[in-house]
Structures are given as structure tokens and as C-alpha cells.
Write a protein that binds this ligand. Sequence first.
Ligand code: RIB
Ligand code: CA
Length: 310
Amino acid sequence: MNTSLPLIIDCDPGIDDAVMLMIALMSQKLDVQAITTVAGNVPLRLTSRNARMICERMGCSDVPVYAGCPRPMLRKPVTAEDFHGESGIEGIEIFAPKAPLAPGHGVTELIARLSVAAPASQTVILSGPMTNLAAALVMAPEIAASISHLVVMAGGDEIGGNITPFAEFNVFADPHAAAIVFDAGIRTTVLSLDVTHTVRSGPERIAGLRRIPGPEAKMMADLLAASNNLEARWKNGQMAPMHDPSTVVYLLAPEIFEVKPCRVSVVTRPGAGFGRTRVKDTRRGPHAWVTAADADAFFGVIEDLLKGRA
Ligand code: RIB
Ligand code: CA
């Protein structure tokens, strides 16, 4: 009997999204049923290609990739080539994936899959702007009842922002979508900058990956090294945080994280705080704000998966 957790991933690859996909596709505990892509780090055409490239390199071309929204709900589109390269996936050689995009729009596919799912049966990861799920929730609000656990890389509180002093990129890139998702009352675990900035892929972490045999370990090390080079150029020499991988590692090893119950809201009015997440501590939730992670255990989860592929 298949006891792995069915999972839908919505992402904007993106180097860290690519690493997150690698982890999810390697784990026997997760059953990635579909990937939907969104415009974010780079335009939709590239995020959709990059997701299929990773699936192919991981031997998972059977996982369908659906292209979703090509732009945010309302605001002017923003991208992040400075941190991901023009290709969106700096660090690996670009190729044309053999598997085509799955037919259909990512939003209608989210609705189709969630509409027929049993109540509170689906786990969904969002690692980019939340445009696709927000659009799906507007079109078919009832799908919220099918999601038992939403895990998002989004926002920042203690640490502020990374694209403005107050806003984190995924929320800043589509704050109206983030507001719709956070207001939907779905049980959501939030991996924000508050925790991702404490787990970084420094040279010693990459050296550890390079000691692991096999093509996946080399590919992940190459991606993270490229991410560090780009991050260092813009962030005073700092190493890249493990933003999106934190969503999957949370699903695989929640015990290595600390969380607090809260309600998250989003500033959507124009001004300095545009795209800022506000975190209200409340035992009623429905959100959980991750406040800390054991970085050594975090990389231990990843290394164990890579060793299993060696
Ligand atoms: O702020 C970090 C987030 O923005 C990550 O998801 C990264 O991929 C970018 O999309
Ligand atoms: Ca992302």
C-alpha cells in the first residue's frame, strides 16, 4: 500500500525552487502528483521549462507540469533574474525537456484536482507568487475544504523583507494573491525569511554535498553554488538562504522546526509597506509561523536523500 503523502507543488523555478523539486522528487515519503508553474523569478515560459528540466534530470518526466498564470493579479509584474540568472536556473546546462507541458491551465488543473479530492485530503506547497491558488480560490472557493495542509515559502516578520525593507519577494510579486490565500482560512504553515535566513547553503554545506557520489548531489551542489555566487553579488557577500527547500524539508521533518500559531495578513495598499506580511499571534490560527530550524538536521535530511540515490 502506498503510504507516501500525495502532494501538489506550485512554483516559479528559480534555483531554490529547483532544489526544492529535487528533494520532493527524491523522497519516497512524498508522491508529487502534479506541478503547476507561475510567473515569478523569471517569466512563465521559463519557470515552466525549468520545472520540466528538473523532472527530466530526476527521472520523473511522468510528473505532469501545468503552466499557470503569466502575471500577478493586479500589480505590475516583477522578476528576480538577479538571484536566479536570466535562465532562472543558473548552475545547470539548459536543454529542451522531452516532456511537453501538460495540457490545460495550471489554475483549472488545481480546481479539477482539488474539486474531486476528499475533504482535507490534499497537501499543497506554494514556493512562488500565490497567483495560481488565489485564482483557483476565487473561481472555486469550495476547493479550500480539500486542502488539509498548505505549506508556503512567503513573507517575513522579525527579519523584514528581501525585495523591499518590509516585503519578501513571493508576497511582493503578488500581494493581492497572497491576501486571498491567507484569508481563505486554510491551515497554512509559513516558512518565511525569519527561518530561511537561518539556513544557508554556505561553502561547507556545498562541500558536504560534493562528497556524496551521484549526479543528483553534483547537480544540487552546482545549483547552490550558482545561487551563492548571485546572492553574494547583491547581499554583501552573504550565502543564499534555503528558501523553497524549507517547505519540503518541513513536510519531511517537522520535528526539526519550531512554530507558533498565528494569523497572517498582507499589506496591499500602495506605499512603503506594500507586500508586507503582518503576523498576529493567536492560538486559533489557522496559520503556523515557523520561527526556527535546526540547520544541521535540515541539511542532514537532504544529504540522506542524496546518499540514497548514490
Ligand atoms: O523570497 C524568496 C522567494 O522568492 C523564493 O521562493 C525564491 O524562489 C523567490 O521566488
Ligand atoms: Ca520560488
